[in-house]
Design a binder for this molecule. Structure first.
Ligand SMILES: [Zn+2]
Length: 254
């Protein structure tokens, strides 16, 4: 980026209080991809954009870039959508925060992927309209696909045989499905039915608006949650904070 002022459509991924009155922020923007920046005096009420920089906020962002560092200075933030209904329920908020954390962890500054922005906004809207766990799995596979980490779900990664009726396994280390014959000696295999693998393979290619065409089977949620998160952890090399929080919520509700 050259030195100057810019405008971007953005979702606030992360916000951290800094010093007396500043905030350090991470955004995913349509025009510039992931951005980090500082909002000077953001916590003083006289600033117009106070409150618009909370995580989840979909904003029209004005920022200044000095042409050298990767850090931008936030000049203004007009609210497009606060996703207020998502903040009214702790479970929905946790789901939404998971989408934000996953987006932040899977993307890098300097690599502009407009599809990440569009997908994130579309999924937050869908989550707001009708929360369900399938959406989280579809978001994961879409994001993996857009960011270039899509696992091989069309058949066995070892012998290349196409997925048929037979039970399969998923290996995060191998980056995809493994058939029963090729499975011996591979550690950390997770059983996956061909139906679940096929559905996720389709979901990876579909735009957010067309996902409602997919009809997941009974085993889908349990199978997909287990192996997708295993794969995400393998790719990122760490656990996600929001997933730990969601697990705690689930056990508290159970
Ligand atoms: Zn095989």
């Amino acid at each position: 980026m050259k030195r100057g002022s810019y405008r971007a459509r953005a979702v606030v991924l992360n916000s951290l209080d800094y010093g007396e009155s500043d905030r350090i922020l991470t955004f995913y923007t349509l025009e510039q991809g992931k951005l980090s920046g500082i909002a000077k005096g953001a916590r003083r009420s006289r600033k117009r954009f106070v409150g618009n920089l909370d995580p989840l906020s979909h904003i029209d962002l004005m920022f200044f870039h000095n042409g050298s560092t990767d850090f931008v200075r936030v000049e203004d933030a007009k609210l497009v959508d606060a996703f207020a209904p998502l903040k009214e329920d702790i479970e929905r908020l946790a789901d939404a925060c998971y989408l934000l954390e996953l987006t932040s962890e899977m993307t890098r500054e300097g690599i502009v992927l407009p599809a990440v922005y569009h997908t994130l906004v579309a999924f937050l809207k869908m989550l707001e309209a009708s929360p369900n766990e399938e959406l989280l799995r579809f978001f994961e596979i879409r994001l993996l696909s857009i960011c270039g980490y899509l696992p091989h779900l069309g058949g066995c990664v070892a012998c290349r045989q196409h997925a048929g009726e037979e039970r399969l396994y998923f290996s995060s280390e191998r980056g995809g499905l493994v058939c029963r014959r090729c499975s011996s000696g591979i550690m950390g295999l997770i059983p996956v039915s061909p139906g679940t693998a096929g559905l996720l393979s389709m979901a990876a290619r579909l735009e957010a608006g067309k996902l409602e065409r997919l009809k997941p089977g009974a085993a889908f949620l349990e199978e997909s949650e287990r192996f997708l998160y295993d794969f995400i952890k393998f790719q990122l090399g760490k656990e996600l904070k929001t997933r730990r929080f969601m697990a705690k919520l689930k056990s508290a509700w159970a």
